[in-house]
Structures are given as structure tokens and as C-alpha cells.
Design a protein around this ligand. Sequence first.
Ligand SMILES: Cc1cc2nc3c(=O)[nH]c(=O)nc-3n(C[C@H](O)[C@H](O)[C@H](O)COP(=O)(O)O)c2cc1C
Length: 260
Amino acid sequence: MSENIIYCYSGSGHCLNMAMSIAKVLGDTDIVMMRAFPEKTDATEARRVGFVFPCYGGGLPGDVESYVKAIKLAPNAYTFAVEQYAGYIGCGLHKIDEIVDLDYWATVSNHSTCIWLMPHTLTVPPTSKKNAQKRLDRTAEKVGAAVKAFERSAKKPPKNSLFAAESAGFSKMHAARSKKFAASDACISCGTCVKVCPRNNIQLQGGKPSFGRNCIGCLSCVQFCPKAAINVGRITEKRERFPNPNVKAADLSKKIIHID
Ligand SMILES: Cc1cc2nc3c(=O)[nH]c(=O)nc-3n(C[C@H](O)[C@H](O)[C@H](O)COP(=O)(O)O)c2cc1C
């Protein structure tokens, strides 16, 4: 059993990159992926239990809320969370806090990965990919040191009731959008999309991806396709992809990543 567990959701790899960097500071950490039901929900032997995730539609991505409810913690476990966002933090941290009573929390902004909505470069204030990564690295160092020292945040995460409404409607909105996923002639039938999909929602039929109706909008298939062949309608055709450069598609499809 590892001393620390970080539960992580990540679509384009930026939150996984951050979870790995925090784990390197802590040592002896299991990163348990939460894109599908987590492989390990019994965390009662861990001293520190963390959550690293992005803001999606003003709230938590996928089924993260119900997954977190299934996790068992020791009564004296130290808990922490880090949320990444492009424009606003929404209500995700508050939702996690309601379930696990967070001791420490932090946020960090990054380029956007919801490229069906806007180009990833439309950050406020604008910054380069290189500087955005430096910001993630600095935050991971700071969070890692704080968590190692069992620091506590002075305030609770904000409730942001307005975003709770956005979050509640997001999965319905996404269900309509999920019908628009398609692969272009640039597809080389490598099957990366099949491997990174957390919901087994993609199958190769006649060598080309076929998309089911069980999509949670993580965009891993769009972001990690080596030929940028997967699009959501026409809008993403000309948009640059932005997967985290330090994360491979194979990392994203693991269930647990151990960092010594
Ligand atoms: C489906 C989707 C919805 C998103 N919704 C929001 C949002 O409501 N607010 C926001 O600030 N960022 C939003 N983002 C941006 C992500 O929170 C941000 O880019 C994050 O760094 C992505 O982390 P990841 O690479 O681990 O998936 C969204 C991204 C995606 C793919």
C-alpha cells in the first residue's frame, strides 16, 4: 500500500502531468485514474489522499462526483485537491469538499482544451504554451511541498452556485455534441483513439473509428490522435490540438500509475 493516493481525471493530460509532478515531490504515491470507475476505492491505508481534475462545464468532469463518493478514507487522512481551469474554477472544488472535507486546495489556470468552443490560445491573460507549462510546474512544486508538510488552507473553496446550474446541464449539452465526432481521411487506423477512450466508446470498423453514444467529452481521442484526424463537427478542423507534451497516450489509458 502506498503512503499517498492521488485520484486524477484528465482528458488532455495536463491534470495527469500535474498529478505526476506532485507525486514526485511526495514520493510513494499511487495515481488512480478517475475517467472510468476508479480501480482502487479503498484508500483507508493512505496518509494523504488527493484529487487532481479539470473544470468541465462549470463543475466536475464525467462521473467524478459519484466516483469520489465511493472512495473510503481513513478518519484521520489528510485530503487535498487541485483544480485546473481555462477561465473560471466553477463549483468542482466545492463539490469535492462537501464529500471529503478538504484540508488543502489550490487552482491553476491553463490553456483551454475544449477546442470545439474556442482555440486553446484564448487564455486570459494570454500566455505561451511554454509559460503555461512553467506555471503548472511551479504550482505542482508548491502544492507538493504544502501537502508534504500537511498544510491547511485558511478558507473553504467557493460555492459558485451559478456554475452548479451550468454543470447540471452540461452532460445533456454534451450528449448532443457527441453525435458530431468523426474521423477524416487523415486517419491511419492506428487505434490510439480506441485505447485512450475511457468509456470503450470507440471501435475500429473497417479500420476507421466508429463513435458510440457513451462519450463523456474528455476529448482524449481528439487531442491524442497523431494525425489530428478526429473532429467534433467542422469547428475543430483548423484548431490546434493541445495535449500535454509530457504525457503519452499510453499513460492516459493506465488505471493506476505508481511513482516512487
Ligand atoms: C469538455 C470540456 C469542458 C471544459 N469546461 C471548462 C469550464 O467550464 N471552465 C473552464 O475554465 N475551463 C473548462 N475547460 C478547460 C479545462 O478545464 C482545462 O483546459 C484543463 O487544463 C484541462 O485539463 P486536462 O488536460 O487534464 O483534461 C473545459 C475543457 C473541456 C475538454
